[in-house]
Design a protein around this ligand. Structure first.
Ligand code: AMP
Ligand code: ZN
Length: 436
C-alpha cells in the first residue's frame, strides 16, 4: 500500500514528542483563553489564574467543561480572545434552537487549520494530480470552505461547486474527470440513484475516492457506498467549534480516524458523570483546540459518542484513532422507555441488500404508546416482484430491526426516489410525538 505523508515528522512523532507538544501548546492556549471574558471568569472559579497552573497534561482535568450552551449564552463576542483586527474569518451556525454560535479565526489559525486539512487529504492518498469536487455547502457552515483551502494547499485542482444541482454535479464529474469527491454520505447515496436517469455509468467517471463526513453514518452505509461506486470512502470528522473538518481523518487503511493530536487534545468522558474514561471505552468526545488563538475552546463537550482505539495503525502515523461516531448524546430516541439510536436502525436497514439508498425514521404516538415507523426505499427491480415477496421483505426488515432495537417497528416499503433527499446534512428522524 502506498503511504504518503504531508508532514511526516509530526505525523509519526513518538508518544513522548506528542505529549511534549501538547503540554507546551496547552499552556500557551490557556494563556490566550484567559484573555476572553468568558474563560477569565470560568477559570477563576476553578482556581486557575495563569498558564503556569498547568504543569502536566493530566492537569487538563482541573479545567471545567465548555458546552454549546456556553457559546450560545456568550454570543457574539464573549469567547473572543484576540483583538477584532486580528480576526480574518467568522463562522456561525444557527443550530436547531435558532440561537447562533460563532467561531473566530485569525490568519495564523486559518493556516493551522489548512495544514491539518492538507495533511488529512494526503493521508487518504490525495496528491496534486487529483481533481477535487467539493460538494459540501459553502458559507457559514465550515464543511465547504474548510476542505477547500487544504485541498488547494495540496495542489489539487479544486472545483468549489458546493452542494445540490445533481445533474450539474455529474456533468462536471465527467467533464473535469473528477477523482475525489467531498460529500455527505446521504447525498452520495442519493446521487447513485440518479445516474441511470442521466445515462451515466460509474465506469464513465474517473472517481478514485470520496471523502465523506459531516453527518453520522454506519459502517454498513460505507460498505454500500464503496460497492455502489467501486471506490474507497474515507470518513472525515470535524465540527465548527473545532474549526470544522480536519479534526480526525481516516488514512488509506480506513480503520478509524487519526485525531491530529498536535492540534487537539481528545478525551472520552462518561456523559453522565463527566469522568474521563480509558482508551477503548465508549463515551462522549471532549476536545481542546490547541492552536486557535482568536477563540480557544478548552474541554469542549462535542456530544458525539465514540471511543479511541489504542492499537497502532499500519500506516505508521502515531496519532491515535477515533472510532466511527456511534451517535450523539442528544440524538438518542426514547421509544416506550427503550433507548434507541438512529445509527442502530441505519445499521440494520443498510445491511439488507434489497434496501436501496434512502430511509427515514418517523416517531408518532398512538394513544399513550410510541410508534416507530421505518420507511425504506428499495431497488426498483424489487417492485417487479409479486406482493408476497414485498410482504416477506417487510417482515424480514421488521424482525431484524426488532432484534436490534428491542422495539416493534412498523416498516413501510417505498419506491426509489420517493423519500425526502438532502444535499447537505440529512435529517433522518421526524419526531411527531409532541405535535399530536
Ligand atoms: P457542524 O458543526 O455543523 O459541522 O456539525 C458537527 C457535527 O456533525 C459533529 O459534532 C458530529 O455530530 C457531526 N459529524 C461531523 N462529521 C461526522 C462524521 N464523520 N461522522 C459522524 N458525525 C459527524
Ligand atoms: Zn493510519
Amino acid at each position: 500500500m502506498q503511504i504518503n505523508f504531508w508532514n511526516k515528522q509530526i505525523e509519526t512523532a513518538s508518544r513522548d514528542e506528542i505529549n511534549d507538544i501538547q503540554l507546551q501548546r496547552l499552556k500557551k492556549i490557556v494563556g490566550h483563553a484567559l484573555k476572553s471574558e468568558f474563560y477569565k471568569k470560568k477559570f477563576y472559579k476553578a482556581g486557575i489564574e495563569t498558564p503556569e497552573d498547568v504543569k502536566t497534561l493530566e492537569d487538563i482535568q482541573k479545567f471545567p467543561f465548555t458546552t454549546k450552551n456556553d457559546l450560545r449564552q456568550n454570543y457574539p463576542t464573549g469567547l473572543l480572545a484576540s483583538d477584532f483586527d486580528d480576526v480574518v474569518r467568522i463562522h456561525s451556525s444557527s443550530g436547531t434552537t435558532g440561537v447562533p454560535t460563532v467561531i473566530y479565526l485569525s490568519a495564523e489559525d486559518m493556516d493551522c487549520w489548512t495544514e491539518l486539512v492538507a495533511r488529512s487529504l494526503v493521508a487518504t492518498g490525495c496528491t496534486k494530480s487529483d481533481i477535487f469536487q467539493n460538494m459540501m455547502t459553502y458559507g457559514l457552515f465550515t464543511g465547504g470552505l474548510g476542505l477547500h483551502y487544504g485541498a488547494e494547499r495540496v495542489g489539487m485542482a479544486v472545483l468549489p461547486i458546493g452542494g445540490g444541482n445533481t445533474i450539474r454535479q455529474v456533468k462536471y464529474m465527467q467533464d473535469f474527470k473528477t477523482t475525489t469527491l467531498h460529500i455527505t454520505p446521504s447525498y452520495l447515496l442519493h446521487i447513485h440513484g440518479k445516474l441511470d436517469e442521466f445515462n451515466t455509468k460509474i465506469e464513465d467517471l474517473n472517481l478514485k475516492r470520496a471523502i465523506t463526513g459531516a453527518e453520522p453514518h454506519t459502517e454498513q452505509t460505507r460498505k454500500k457506498l464503496e460497492e455502489l461506486y467501486n471506490m474507497p470512502c474515507y470518513n472525515s470528522y470535524g465540527l465548527s467549534e473545532m474549526n470544522g473538518p480536519g479534526v480526525a481523518f481516516e488514512c488509506v487503511y480506513r480503520n478509524g480516524m487519526h485525531i491530529w493530536e498536535d492540534g487537539f487534545i481528545a478525551e472520552i468522558i462518561d456523559p453522565e458523570t463527566g469522568q474521563v474514561l480509558p482508551d477503548g471505552e465508549k463515551g462522549e468526545l471532549v476536545l481542546t483546540n490547541l492552536t486557535r488563538t482568536a477563540m480557544p475552546l478548552i474541554r469542549y463537550r462535542t456530544r458525539d459518542l465514540c471511543h479511541i482505539y489504542d492499537s497502532d495503525c499500519p500506516c505508521g502515523r502515531t496519532h491515535r484513532r477515533l472510532s466511527r461516531i456511534m451517535g450523539r448524546t442528544d440524538d438518542m430516541m426514547i421509544i416506550n422507555g427503550v433507548n434507541v439510536f438512529p445509527s442502530q436502525i441505519e445499521e440494520v436497514v443498510m445491511n439488507i441488500p434489497e434496501v436501496g439508498t434512502n430511509f427515514q425514521i418517523v416517531l408518532a404516538k398512538s394513544g399513550a404508546i410510541d410508534k416507530v415507523i421505518v420507511k425504506v426505499e428499495i431497488y426498483s427491480k424489487m417492485f417487479s416482484g409479486d406482493a408476497s415477496q414485498l410482504d416477506s421483505l417487510n417482515k424480514r426488515i421488521c424482525e431484524e430491526l426488532k432484534a436490534s432495537i428491542f422495539v416493534n417497528p412498523a416498516v413501510q416499503i417505498h419506491e426509489p426516489g420517493t423519500l425526502p433527499t438532502f444535499e447537505g446534512k440529512a435529517k433522518r428522524v421526524i419526531d411527531m410525538r409532541e405535535e399530536i
